[in-house]
Design a binder for this molecule. Structure first.
Ligand code: GLA
Length: 404
């Protein structure tokens, strides 16, 4: 949702709350003008991922944090089975009947909302008709999970409006299913899970198989800085799905030798070596990335718990190189942004983030160097590419909830 995009946005938690509150009030007034009644408003955040990339759909480990960019869903129930959704960002409207949900996607934002309604309806949730107005400020196509935040906001609102108790883990799963089965992107569970379970000032160490997670406090004297290459990763879905198939091909081969291996999560580098002559070199490299990335996530969690940000930063660098060389999901601009970040002062680590092929890098920066970091990296990037990058300084935020 690109509507409220700001350059070099730098928000503390207090300011983030104010912006969110203000937005909610404006949305409530618009909703009243549109539908003639007062709504309840729910918000679901976007996310960053500190480390653990392309591991979630391999039953592996990830370390996301929710951030103070949101999708807001204003909602009021209807007495019939119709759902009418307006989007503030695209000035578009979609309408459907819960008894007769669309069977195919149309390739627009509304697919996410319809997909979620379909999955909720199929999971026997007692849904009722509703009027909705959606708005958001999660930058779109930047790898900050604007789509997951919209799915979770809409799903949560549709359930809350009927007074149902919400099982957040189940909601996350249904939202992922909406994206997998209706939208057509075979994403893992990370984005929807963190939009549901985010915790202020914390990252989560999430096991994507068991869905168990541990909260990791983030040190107050370091900031998460996101640099947007401004290269949209819109067309990356095909490549993303291909990576997933390549990982599955790897598992198929390893499992012939080690039947207990159900996903790359279960495999070791030694297991992979056994397949050396049976698998194409590309697939071996894809698997090597995932196996090593899982190990890095555990090492990074230990480093964070020991407040050892130097080691954490080193692991971020290894993750980037592995995504670039073995998994091949980086691009020239992401590599450049990481290179420039590592030349700046006060930087613990930098790497590409999310699915790849564009979008953002995540940088762990000493808080007293954040301003100089923003300036030097932005200028150097613009000089090299002619594009002015957006830079966001983030703090970790709470997951989905009611805001008004
Ligand atoms: C996208 C997907 C996630 C995850 C990341 C890569 O953000 O939505 O599920 O696979 O890519 O780590």
């Amino acid at each position: 949702m690109a509507g409220d995009r700001r350059s070099s946005l730098s928000l503390g938690m207090h300011e983030t709350n104010l912006v969110a509150e203000e937005r909610a009030h404006v949305l409530a007034r618009k909703f009243a003008g549109m539908f003639g009644e007062s709504p309840r408003i729910y918000q679901a955040p976007g996310r960053v991922n500190l480390i653990g990339e392309h591991t979630d759909y391999n039953d592996g480990l990830v370390m996301p944090a929710a951030i103070g960019f949101y999708t807001w869903a204003a909602i009021a129930p209807r007495s019939d089975r119709k759902v009418i959704i307006h989007s503030e960002n695209s000035s578009a409207c979609t309408e459907f009947d819960l008894n007769d949900l669309p069977s195919t996607r149309v390739g627009q934002w509304s697919d996410y909302a319809i997909g979620v309604a379909k999955m909720l309806a199929a999971s026997e949730s007692r849904l009722s008709g509703a009027n909705l107005l959606i708005a958001g400020n999660v930058p779109q196509g930047a790898g900050l999970s604007s789509s997951a935040s919209m799915e979770v906001a809409v799903g949560y609102a549709l359930l809350e409006v009927t007074g149902q108790t919400i099982d957040l883990a189940k909601l996350a799963r249904l939202c992922q299913q909406a994206e997998n089965e209706f939208v057509g992107a075979r994403c893992g569970i990370m984005d929807q899970f963190i939009a549901c379970h985010g915790k202020r000032d914390h990252a989560l160490l999430l096991d994507c198989r068991s869905m168990e997670y541990r909260l990791l406090p983030l040190r107050g004297d370091a900031r998460l800085v996101i640099c947007n290459t401004m290269i949209k990763h819109n067309h990356a879905t095909g490549e993303y799905n291909r990576r997933r198939s390549e990982c599955e091909a790897g598992v198929g081969c390893i499992a012939k030798h080690h039947p207990s291996v159900r996903a790359l999560r279960d495999a070791s580098l030694a297991d992979l070596v056994v397949c050396r002559s049976e698998l194409p070199e590309t697939i071996l490299r894809r698997c090597r990335h995932v196996i090593q990335e899982n190990i890095r996530v555990l090492e990074a969690a230990a480093a964070l718990e020991q407040e050892d940000l130097e080691t954490f930063g080193e692991l971020m660098g290894q993750s980037h190189r592995s995504l670039r060389d073995d998994f091949e999901v980086s691009c020239r601009e992401l590599d450049l942004m990481v290179e420039l970040a590592m030349q700046a002062q006060g930087v613990y680590g930098a790497r590409m983030m999310g699915g790849g092929f564009g979008g953002c890098t995540i940088n762990l920066v000493r808080s007293d160097y954040v301003e100089s970091f923003k300036l030097t990296v932005s200028e150097a990037y613009e000089q090299s590419t002619g594009m002015k990058p957006d830079v966001y300084v983030c703090t970790a935020a709470d997951g989905v909830g009611q805001t008004l």
